[in-house]
Ligand binder design. Structure first.
Ligand SMILES: C[S@@+](CC[C@H](N)C(=O)[O-])C[C@H]1O[C@@H](n2cnc3c(N)ncnc32)[C@H](O)[C@@H]1O
Length: 459
């Protein structure tokens, strides 16, 4: 990374003449300035331009004002009057990045509304109205409960939740069925446009659900981080008020999320089948491990801890912290230590790593859940080939991927802004078709949302 710039020569223009100055970091939106000792500009002096020489030519910024006078020890402060400049970008990258530039994008974004069909608009408007009414009625009750002692408020809220849930979840399911009718034949561009329009309209409701807020804001840069996965595994109400609790819980109960809980159980079952068939110890690699909540079923007894060693790989440090916490929790539960190794790496760099087998070792069982859905077909194929090279003879790889007919597909895309690469059985088998002698098969979880590609290397 480039070191931050500590000072920069520049000139300020005033009344047709140039004053040579030095600029310093001050705040994100203002600059520190040192003026020549021969000049005495009072606070409030306005300069018509600030010109910064750069290797590619001069960078010119609009009107600026001396807002804080320089002292013998400290530079003065320059603020901008007509534009809002990113002063870090100026000092470190030598470019005038005007933060008001977004104004020019507004007409484009507002114009997007004209490309939304009347049926979809009417559906969104009705949904907006209905949710406003539901929220108003639920919130009224919550306000009443707040006046009660905690145990009374708690009991009353539980009663409301139980009743409201039946009706409200049924209502939401109906709106999702209608969404599916409206969008199932859309092109990817149409989905993107309508999804954006939908989320702009429903934003306040989305922000009221802890789960949807996180999937939309993506604080780790992607949907499906360890915190979201934990929310799915915990499958609990979150939030203070009934309306928010319900909007958090509904997507977490949907088939797409149930598929996550199903695979958490299914993959350890497959792992133990392989362990029994191969006899002896089993070296396991979990690729894109996330919080690794399946370890509860991988290590069920002290004997499992002696027989199985595991390498947990993920690109996200926070995911690995969560995985580490799972390992410690399972160790405490069983009173035994687990041979676990954490590897902070992306599978994309694995592709370029010639030393991989000698560094990671070879494995009898490799599994990856919730990652292939993020990989384009060429990358997915290349990653599978790489994982196959890490497999011992007689070993098995299990790859989870959502099926094209995932019942939560449009819920995830429109409400959660969670976009995946969906695949068919044929596409999964085709990925394995390049592995030469491998034996491949595909199975489903009970929700039928999730597929498992099983690849076995001949002994
Ligand atoms: C949807 S979560 C699944 C986590 C876990 N396997 C589970 O099922 O609970 C996706 C995980 O994949 C990881 N991931 C995504 N792309 C990756 C990549 N290119 N290399 C390594 N990890 C990746 C993310 O950091 C995240 O922890």
């Amino acid at each position: 990374m480039k070191a931050p710039v500590s000072r920069l020569s520049a000139s300020l223009e005033i009344d047709g003449r140039r004053v040579e100055v030095e600029l310093f970091p001050r705040t994100h939106l203002s600059l520190g300035v040192r003026l020549p000792p021969t000049t005495s500009f009072p606070v409030g002096t306005t300069f018509s331009r600030l010109v910064v020489p750069q290797p590619g030519g001069e960078v010119t910024l609009t009107r600026t004002q001396l807002a804080v006078a320089p002292t013998a020890d400290e530079p003065g402060g320059l603020v901008f009057l007509d534009d809002v400049y990113d002063c870090d970008a100026l000092l470190n990258e030598g470019r005038a990045k005007n933060l008001l530039g977004f104004l020019s994008e507004l007409p484009l974004v507002l114009g997007l509304r004209d490309q939304i069909g009347p049926e979809f608009r009417a559906w969104v408007a009705d949904l907006n109205y209905d949710l406003t009414v539901y929220k108003k009625f639920f919130d009224q009750q919550d306000r009443l409960f707040q006046l009660e002692p905690p145990e009374v408020a708690h009991a009353a809220q539980q009663a409301l939740l139980a009743h409201a849930r039946r009706d409200f979840f049924g209502y939401l399911d109906g709106t999702l069925a209608r969404l599916s009718e409206l969008v199932h034949s859309f092109t990817p561009e149409e989905h993107e446009r309508h999804g954006y329009y939908f989320r702009q309209q429903l934003w306040p409701f989305i922000m009221g659900s802890a789960f949807m807020r996180r999937t939309n804001l993506k604080p780790r840069g992607y949907a499906g981080d360890a915190v979201m996965m934990d929310m799915i595994y915990d499958d609990a109400f979150e939030g203070e008020w009934v309306f928010n609790k319900l909007l958090h819980k509904h997507p977490i109960e949907h088939p797409g999320a149930q598929a996550v809980r199903n695979r958490r159980v299914k993959v350890p079952e497959l792992l133990h089948e392989v362990r029994v068939a191969r006899a002896g110890g089993l070296k396991v690699l979990s690729v894109a491990c996330g919080p690794a909540r399946e370890l509860d079923d991988v290590f069920r007894t002290q004997a499992d801890c002696r027989a199985v060693s595991i390498t947990l790989l993920d690109q996200d440090e926070e995911a690995l912290h969560a995985a580490q916490a799972t390992v410690k929790r399972v160790e405490a539960k069983l009173g035994a230590s687990i041979d676990a190794r954490l590897v902070n790496q992306s599978v994309r760099t694995l592709l370029r790593d010639a030393e991989l087998p000698s560094r990671l070792g070879r494995f009898g069982f490799i599994y990856t859940m919730g990652m292939f859905d993020y990989l384009t077909p060429p990358v997915a194929r290349a990653v599978l080939e790489r994982l196959y090279a890490l497999l011992e003879p007689g070993g098995v790889i299990v790859v989870g991927n959502y099926h094209v007919s995932n019942a939560s597909r449009y819920y995830m895309a429109y409400w959660l802004d969670w976009i995946l690469y969906y695949r068919t059985e044929g596409e999964m088998l085709e990925m394995a078709g390049r592995l030469g002698d491998a034996r491949a098969s595909v199975s489903f979880d009970d929700s039928r949302c999730q597929m498992f590609l099983r690849v076995e290397k001949p002994a």
